[in-house]
Design a protein. Structure first.
Length: 102
């Protein structure tokens, strides 16, 4: 079992419904599109690189269910999975980091 998480660069949605709509639009436009890859926004690029620096993708303590994380990023959005069984790793840790960086 794993947690599937998404982080995007943009305004905070007003409520859960707005967040779901924003996610659906971004996912379809940037992650499901067959068009050429879109360069990462500077904030998403920095976020992904900070995550994999703090939580390396290799090794038995890796918190990632499907590395490399960068492969799940495009434009202003990244999605990733963290297994619930990852030792000493919590999917909420990256979210707390994100909240602390604005």
């Amino acid at each position: 079992m794993s947690y599937d998480l998404a982080v995007w660069d943009g305004e905070q949605p007003l409520d859960d419904e707005a967040a779901g709509l924003a996610f659906d639009e971004l996912f379809e436009r940037y992650l499901e599109s067959e068009e050429a890859a879109v360069p990462l926004s500077p904030r998403i690029d920095a976020y992904v690189n900070a995550l994999i620096e703090r939580y390396p993708e290799d090794g038995r303590d890796s918190p990632w269910a499907s590395p490399p994380v960068i492969d799940e990023a495009s434009g202003p959005i990244v999605t990733y999975s963290c297994p619930t069984s990852a030792p000493k790793r919590s999917p909420s840790t990256p979210l707390r980091w994100r909240a602390s960086t604005g």
